[in-house]
Design a protein. Structure first.
Length: 331
């Protein structure tokens, strides 16, 4: 009998221990699952918070706070550079109206035109976009028109003029915030900065004799160039070239006699899109035969939009200039 009790007692102890282990495992499993569920929910909340960009309040370049409640589904861009930025950000399919001068990318050419410096107010109100990207010129000269847009429920974002790469980066960030494409904006800016730095580093390491460059943005007889505080000046500096017009600021007009006296080693024209054979016209100018650039036939035309339009393609302009001015370094 004692042996039986001993056996049953031993069995009971083992049974109870087994049950405790089973229950304990079950509880631990439930706790683990709850922890997983909690962690998963927290991750989802964080992801949703990251994706939740609207409503958003931005400060545009007119120093106005603009609140955009929902992600824009339609956009009007009344500036060529802003249109290029919008397409680069991946929202080109949302652009329903562009300026008369928007020519890039090709898709922009078939979009409804809504004016330039003078806005086609009726057309914009007919399109009724969620967001209108305008310029500081529009803000200063057409306040009544912009007020009409806002009263119609259009969010007006003023994108300021840009004269430097830093200004362009700011415009890309602003439009990125307004359209919910901050990540894409960051990628574009990073790419531009990295490519520009590569050129600067290579130029500073390899170029010991700087070339003087004359930039011609309009043909004779009214020849205009770009001095300091322009993209072209910044580009030339970045590749260790000397702007022949560095004693002037902004867009200036010089006479042929003044230009010849500058003795540029390279001449860059930017008006080949409307003047046939611009380089040939420079090379055959009377009295220019002894100018080093003409003598050595170092006269080149570049795409105007890539060196003067404040958009993502400016970096292409720098790369092109580097290859033309210093072909031995930038092959």
């Amino acid at each position: 009998m004692k042996e039986m009790f001993k056996k049953w007692g031993l069995f009971s102890i083992v049974f109870l221990l087994s049950m405790a282990v089973i229950v304990g495992c079950g509880t631990q499993g439930e706790d683990t699952q709850e922890q997983k569920d909690t962690t998963s929910n927290e991750q989802v909340e964080v992801e949703q918070k990251d994706e939740q960009q609207f409503p958003i309040t931005i400060t545009d370049d007119a120093n106005r706070e603009v609140t955009i409640d929902e992600e824009p589904e339609s956009i009007v861009s009344i500036q060529a550079s802003n249109t290029e930025i919008a397409f680069a950000l991946g929202v080109g399919d949302k652009v329903v109206g562009v300026s008369d001068y928007c020519n890039y990318p090709v898709e922009a050419q078939s979009i409804e035109k809504v004016g330039g410096q003078d806005i086609n107010t009726e057309m914009v109100l007919t399109l009724l976009p969620d967001v209108a990207l305008v310029t500081d010129y529009h803000y200063n000269t057409h306040p009544d028109v912009l007020k009409q847009f806002e009263e119609a429920g259009i969010k007006v974002v003023v994108v300021g003029s840009a004269t430097s790469f830093e200004d362009v980066y700011g415009n890309i960030e602003l439009i990125g915030s307004a359209t919910g494409t901050q990540a894409e904006a960051g990628e574009i800016i990073t790419d531009m900065k990295e490519r520009l730095q590569v050129i600067k580093d290579k130029a500073s390491e390899s170029i010991t004799e700087k070339k003087k460059v004359w930039v011609e943005v309009s043909p004779a007889p009214d020849i205009y160039t770009t001095g300091t505080n322009t993209f072209m000046h910044e580009m030339l500096e970045s590749i260790q070239a000397i702007n022949a017009a560095q004693d002037h600021e902004g867009w200036v007009k010089l006479t042929e006699e003044e230009i010849v006296q500058l003795n540029p080693e390279v001449i860059i024209t930017t008006y080949g899109y409307y003047v046939e054979n611009p380089a040939e016209q420079v090379l055959t100018r009377e009295g220019w035969a002894e100018v080093p650039a003409v003598k050595n036939k170092n006269v080149f035309d570049v795409d105007n939009d890539t060196v003067t339009r404040p958009g993502p393609r400016l970096i292409e302009g720098v790369e092109t200039l580097a290859k033309l001015i210093y072909p031995e370094t930038f092959k």
